[in-house]
Design a binder for this molecule. Structure first.
Ligand SMILES: C[S@@+](CC[C@H](N)C(=O)[O-])C[C@H]1O[C@@H](n2cnc3c(N)ncnc32)[C@H](O)[C@@H]1O
Length: 325
C-alpha cells in the first residue's frame, strides 16, 4: 500500500507503526502484530480516520474497546474481521471511553518517598483514574522478595525490585485523608468501569498478575471510596487542596499523567506545585520538565520520580522496579 504521509491515513499509519514498536518494547507481541496489521489495512485505516481526530484514534483505545466487547486480539485476521463486522459497537465504546490505565503497583515505587515524609498524610492525586494509587496504606509490599510490610490483611501484595540505596520503609505511612481529580473519574465499585480498566491491560506475560492486582485493589477502593472530582487538574486542584485537613502533611502526586498535558499545561502544573502548602511527588515518563534535561533513566521505558522538583529515583513504568539515584 502506498502511503501519503501528509494524508490523515498516512498519519495513522505512522501512529500505528510507532505504537507497534512500543507494544514490542512493552512485551506484547500480540498487540504489536495487530498495530502493524492495522497500519497496512486500508479498511481499518479508513474506519480509524472516521473517528474524531486526536486521542480517539489511538491504538490503545481501539484495542481496549475490542477487548471490552469480547472481540479477538490473538490474530490480526481475526481482529480485523471482527472489527469491521462490529464497527458501530466498537465506535460507541471508543467515543464513550478514554485510556486511563490505573496501575496500583506504582504505589510500591511511591511508598519509600511517602513514608519518608512526616505524617499523618493528606493525599491528593491528580489524574487519579479510579483512585487505586490513593491507598498506599492499605496494601502490602515486598521489596526484592523480602518479608512483606504494610496492611497485614490486604488482598493486594505489591512486589518491587530495587537497585541502589532505596530507603525501604519498615511500615506504611498513616493516611488520614485522600482525594483525587480526573477528567473522567472511574468508579472502583462499578463492574463496567473495572472491566474497562482490565481491558486496557495489554496482553503478554504480565497481564494475568496485573489484572489480579487491579481487581484486588478495586475491592479495597470500593470498600472505602475516595473523594474523586471530575475536572481538569489545573482547575480542580486548588479546591481540593483547600479541603485537605490542616493538621496533616499535604502530598499532591501524579503518575503517568503528564503525557496527556500540553507543554503549557505542564508549565502551569509546575508553577502551581511551587506554591503548594505541602509536597509534590511526580512519577512520570520521558523528559516531562525542561530542568530534567540530562536526567537519564536506566531503561528507556522507566519513569522519573521527583520530590518537590528534585529527581530522586527511576521507576519501572508499572511499578515493578525502583532504582534510587
Ligand atoms: C494513564 S492514567 C494514570 C492513572 C493513575 N495516575 C495511575 O498511575 O495509575 C492517566 C489519567 O490522567 C487523567 N488525565 C489526563 N489529563 C488530565 C487532566 N488535564 N486533568 C485531570 N485528569 C487528567 C486521565 O483521564 C487518566 O485517568
Amino acid at each position: 500500500m502506498s502511503v501519503d504521509v501528509n494524508s490523515e491515513r498516512g498519519r495513522m499509519v505512522a501512529v500505528y507503526r510507532r505504537f507497534a514498536a512500543s507494544y514490542a518494547g512493552g512485551g506484547s507481541p500480540e498487540y504489536e502484530r495487530i498495530a502493524l496489521g492495522v497500519a497496512q489495512d486500508e479498511r481499518l485505516l479508513d474506519l480509524v480516520v472516521g473517528l474524531p481526530a486526536g486521542n480517539k484514534r489511538q491504538p490503545n483505545l481501539l484495542l481496549g474497546a475490542v477487548r471490552f466487547l469480547g472481540g479477538p486480539t490473538d490474530s490480526f485476521e481475526g481482529f480485523a474481521g471482527w472489527v469491521v463486522e462490529h464497527w458501530e459497537q466498537v465506535r460507541g465504546v471508543v467515543l464513550e471511553r478514554m485510556t486511563q490505565t490505573n496501575e496500583v503497583r506504582r504505589c510500591a515505587t511511591l511508598l519509600p518517598v511517602l513514608a519518608s515524609l512526616e505524617g499523618p498524610l493528606a493525599l491528593v492525586e491528580v489524574g487519579a483514574s479510579a483512585g487505586l494509587c490513593l491507598y498506599p496504606d492499605r496494601y502490602r509490599y515486598s521489596y526484592d522478595g523480602g518479608a512483606p510490610i504494610g496492611a497485614v490483611e490486604s488482598p493486594v501484595l505489591l512486589e518491587c525490585a530495587t537497585r541502589g540505596a532505596v530507603p525501604v520503609p519498615e511500615r506504611v505511612p498513616r493516611v488520614v485523608w485522600r482525594a483525587g481529580v480526573d477528567l473522567n473519574p472511574l468508579d472502583a465499585g462499578s463492574e463496567a468501569d473495572v472491566r474497562w480498566l482490565e481491558s486496557l491491560v495489554w496482553p503478554g506475560h504480565t497481564r494475568q498478575a496485573r489484572v489480579e492486582r487491579l481487581r484486588a485493589a478495586a475491592s479495597v477502593a470500593a470498600a472505602e471510596p475516595p473523594l474523586l472530582v471530575r475536572g481538569n487538574l489545573l482547575e480542580a486542584l486548588p479546591g481540593l487542596v483547600a479541603q485537605a485537613p490542616r493538621d496533616a502533611t499535604l502530598v499532591v502526586f501524579h503518575s503517568a499523567v503528564a503525557a496527556y498535558l500540553s507543554v503549557q499545561e505542564r508549565e502551569r502544573l509546575e508553577q502551581m506545585m511551587g506554591g503548594l502548602p505541602g509536597h509534590w511527588v511526580c512519577n512520570e515518563g520521558g523528559r516531562v520538565f525542561p530542568h530534567w534535561e540530562g536526567v537519564r533513566a536506566p531503561e528507556p521505558t522507566d519513569f522519573t520520580l521527583a520530590v518537590d522538583g528534585r529527581v530522586v529515583a527511576y521507576t519501572g513504568e508499572h511499578g515493578q522496579s525502583l532504582t534510587w539515584r
